[in-house]
Design a protein around this ligand. Structure first.
Ligand SMILES: [Zn+2]
Length: 85
């Protein structure tokens, strides 16, 4: 957490193992996408959630000829149990 005087920045990283929805293989990690969300205020200062979302890539293979990319999702109940790993 970073207090910048007039606002607070909360840094989060969202990354978890993800399997391709088509071929079921573990997807490759392909960098991060930075997303900023205005969150509830802390100590009467606006809070900005700076979230690095993991980007995923599934390389083309016979089972999965198209390149599939996905981005980690915030508040996704389906994947929540992976976040704690
Ligand atoms: Zn795949």
């Amino acid at each position: 957490i970073e207090d910048q005087g007039n606002q607070i920045i909360v840094h989060l990283v969202q990354s978890y193992p993800l399997h391709c929805p088509r071929c079921g293989q573990l997807m490759l990690k392909n960098g991060f996408k930075l997303v900023k969300i205005l969150g509830p205020s802390l100590h009467y200062k606006p809070t900005i959630w700076s979230i690095r979302k993991q980007k995923y890539l599934c390389k083309p293979s016979p089972d999965c000829p198209q390149t599939i990319t996905k981005v980690a999702r915030v508040k996704d109940v389906k994947y929540r149990h992976h976040i704690s790993q």
